[in-house]
Design a binder for this molecule. Sequence first.
Ligand code: FE
Ligand code: FE
Ligand code: ZN
Length: 279
Amino acid sequence: MIIGSHVQMKAPEYLVGAVKETLSYGANAMMLYTGAPQNTKRIETQKMRIEEAHQMMKEHGLDARNLIVHAPYIINPANSIKPEVGELAVSFLNGDAQRTKQIGAGLLVLHPGSYTTTDLDTGITTAIKHLNASDIPEGVIVCLETMAGKGSEIGFRFEQLAEILSGLKQSDRYGVCLDTCHIHDAGYDLRNFDAVLDEFDHYIGLSHLHVIHLNDSKNVKGARKDRHANIGDGMIGFETLCAIAHNPRTASVPKILETPYIDGKAPYKEEIERIMNKS
Ligand code: FE
Ligand code: FE
Ligand code: ZN
């Protein structure tokens, strides 16, 4: 099983610190933001201690293919109301795609955005327009994340993501990240994950699924809220999340936990252990 969590990348150790954190959880995958998730301030990648980190990864059998970057969630490619918001989404996506490549990662997770005061169709066409204005370097796959449908979020049905993907010029440089909390909140019944995968395969194609965010949800199915719960403490439940993590059809897809800290402590070591031991 390829499993890990969101880890921090911060001064002074940067990527080396992120690798150490990953190893401390007994994980073989990791996801990080290239800076703070809620802002667009970024340092040069030369300062991120990349080579040293990759050396450490090699020594511990951590495959760079399972090193994932997440774009900051404040960028909104679906906004057509304020041109500067769309422009920032394009320029920041370009920058983060370059940083992803420089860090030695191949996958960049991106929220498709919110239409704000327009409508779903306008949001989808706007996202396509902005993604087509971006230039993703070879070797990087931007993974559009399945959303909960909170507020005016787009991409909470597989059909919507399929529509975005089918409108992209650099279509070979895009894929999908499936978030269990988000799709549960969007109304998908995860108790039959094979049926969910069939539906995903029908609209998008399973070969385009590159990352799974494995989170429990604080809310009932269809609530369209997006509040993550710790594994087994939410409405999806341990059995179902475990079955998802162990499903053979997605065995090669990295599973990333984005569950909340408990009393200021990361829960990932224990959660990974429990999922791997199914107990
Ligand atoms: Fe996300
Ligand atoms: Fe997520
Ligand atoms: Zn979320």
